[in-house]
Design a protein around this ligand. Structure first.
Ligand code: GRF
Length: 199
């Protein structure tokens, strides 16, 4: 019997609010990311608000704390959880830790991140503040593959957002976030189509 094509299994890593995780999960549920499922949401923070929002959606959640361990040891526990669940794509969504080389090597080309600026401008923390400090008239968001560089991996998709006079970090962040939520689902579609058609 010819079955449905296997669904791509997505893991989303968060550390906090999880609004991008919610956007991705809801896009999957709405059929906007066909042939995919959010298999698990992993947080390094036990109090991440996103965990509850994932549970409400019936998604498995897992907390894997750093607990003073080396980055490599922490990541190994995460990799084991991902392997156990046969994860195809990892989406970082406000995950506030730098990944070890081992993690990146284990899933090269299958880890993506969203960042609130038009990379390569304003990498790292406080991207919106950086844009305001530089007097930028345009900022935006970027979805990119994760490699060993800080927010420097190959770019998958970007969206511009205007910066207005009198903008604060809060007002600019809010305007960018609206676009992040749309862009992430679009970019995940692009990546999954690519993975699907690769030999
Ligand atoms: C977003 O602005 C994302 O671009 C950045 O961290 C923030 C996470 O927000 N990497 P949320 O947890 O997805 O709401």
């Amino acid at each position: 019997m010819a079955g449905e094509p296997a669904k791509a299994r997505i893991a989303i890593l968060i550390s906090g609010r999880g609004s991008n995780m919610v956007a991705l999960a809801d896009a999957v549920r709405a059929g906007e990311i066909p042939n995919a499922e959010v298999a698990i949401v992993i947080s390094d923070q036990p109090n991440a608000a996103g965990l509850e929002r994932a549970r409400e959606r019936g998604i498995e959640t897992l907390v894997i704390e750093r607990r003073g361990r080396q980055r490599e040891e922490h990541d190994r526990e995460i990799i084991a959880a991902l392997r156990h669940r046969q994860i195809d794509l990892i989406c970082l969504a406000g995950y506030m830790r730098v990944l070890s080389k081992e993690f990146i090597d284990a899933y090269r080309g299958r880890i993506v991140n969203i960042h609130p600026s038009l990379l390569p401008l304003y990498p790292g923390l406080n991207a919106q503040q950086q844009a305001l400090d530089r007097g930028a008239k345009i900022s935006g968001c970027t979805v990119h593959f994760v490699d060993e560089t800080l927010d420097g991996g190959p770019i998958i998709a970007q969206r511009e957002v205007p910066v207005y006079d009198g903008d604060t970090v809060a007002s600019l962040s809010e305007r960018i976030l609206i676009e992040e939520h749309k862009l992430y689902a679009e970019a995940v579609n692009l990546v999954l189509n690519e993975i699907d058609s690769s030999p």
